[in-house]
Ligand binder design. Structure first.
Ligand SMILES: [Zn+2]
Length: 363
């Protein structure tokens, strides 16, 4: 019996195995070779105890549904009310276990995979630690990603089901298979977990391109900042002056708020992603000024740019020059927004990930 346990936050034990990757995504290995599902599908059976009808089931369902829309040939499904869950029973299962339990140990979540003799995947289980302060909410202020008290269940599950699909940890780009809680999309009060460009591209590489798959573009205010063992680390995107010096932030805020002058030219950093089928795509990006953190095309238009995005790994750039309007109110907070495909040129799987923001305060 061969198995691989993929721990959520086991950074220190992996320090000796860090390698530099020529590419971003990585796959689970069996005897040194990449493994995969031979049948192009993965269906999890969710514990009747841990995922009864209700918000936790809904949250898990949203993650599975999201993965199922990835642009590769690998499909995802879920079956509810599984009565008997166990490791290594030839069923793909998902359940909760108390901290210190035989499978979870002290990790927030784990994924176990077993291989067949030919090194294709035979079973993949996902287990969550019910002693961790998870929450299924998408209300961003409740989530640790945005200064709240709870670990986002959906980003954690998104990461673990990436393992169940055959993906391993990735450290060198902004991606869900690194630090999952800071791989998330937000516009306004809602923060949404997503699989991201790098993981989607990895599945396309392993399972082939889904010819009927969707296009999807996104813009995020998160970026790659470094690594911790096998895990990428992420931080917020920034605002710079024209000399590429990061502007001063207001102290003590839950999210970054940059001090700007009226009439100042700034450089806005954002992360642009091509998550879908067609590569490359060239999309327009609209830039806006908003009086709140919900960015829409109804906000004050500051200008437009264009990005050409190859599906690979996310493109974080600060090559966007914007002028802060001179008629803003001193001492007041505003938000600079970016909307990719603001002109609606492409039919996308999701329009909910097309807009995001960074806060500013006018001097
Ligand atoms: Zn992991």
């Amino acid at each position: 019996m061969k198995f691989s346990r993929l721990n959520q936050l086991l950074a220190t034990l992996f320090l000796a195995t860090v390698t530099q990757h020529a590419f971003a995504y990585t796959t689970i290995k069996c005897g040194g070779n990449a493994t995969k599902w031979s049948g192009n599908s993965y269906t999890a059976r969710a514990s009747s105890v841990g995922f009864p009808a209700g918000p936790w089931r809904d949250a898990l369902s949203s993650v599975i549904t999201h993965w199922n829309g990835n642009p590769s040939n690998l499909s995802f499904g879920v079956v509810w009310n599984e009565p008997g869950v166990a490791a290594n029973n030839n069923e793909n299962e998902v359940w909760w276990e108390a901290s210190g339990g035989p499978n979870i140990g002290t990790f927030p979540a784990v994924a176990y995979v077993w291989f067949k003799g030919d090194c294709t995947l035979k079973e993949a289980d996902v287990i969550f630690n019910n002693s961790v302060s998870y929450h299924h909410t998408t209300n961003k202020v409740s989530l640790s990603s945005y200064g709240g008290a709870f670990r986002p269940f959906q980003t954690t599950a998104m990461h673990e089901f990436g393992h169940a699909a055959g993906l391993a940890h990735t450290a060198n780009v902004y991606n869900i298979m690194g630090s999952d809680t800071t791989h998330i999309h937000a516009n306004g009060a809602i923060a949404t977990a997503y699989s991201g460009e790098d993981a989607n591209n990895g599945l396309v590489a392993v399972y082939g391109l889904w010819s009927g798959g969707p296009n999807d573009l996104a813009v995020s205010h998160w970026r790659h900042t470094g690594s911790s063992g096998e895990y990428s680390t992420h931080g917020r995107t920034r605002i710079f002056n024209t000399s590429n010096v990061e502007l001063t932030k207001v102290a003590g805020t839950a999210e970054p708020v940059y001090r700007v002058n009226k009439g100042q030219t700034i450089k806005l950093e954002m992360t642009y992603e091509n998550l879908g089928k067609t590569s490359p795509l060239t999309a327009k990006v609209g830039y806006y000024l908003s009086t709140n953190d919900t960015i829409t095309t109804g906000d004050r238009f500051l200008g437009e740019g264009a990005v050409t995005l190859y599906r690979g790994f996310p493109d974080t750039t600060n090559n966007t020059f914007l002028v802060i309007p001179s008629d803003l109110v001193s001492g007041q907070n505003y938000w600079i927004g970016a909307i990719i495909d603001y002109n609606g040129a492409f039919t996308e799987r999701s329009e909910a990930n097309n807009a995001t923001y960074i806060g500013i305060r006018v001097n």
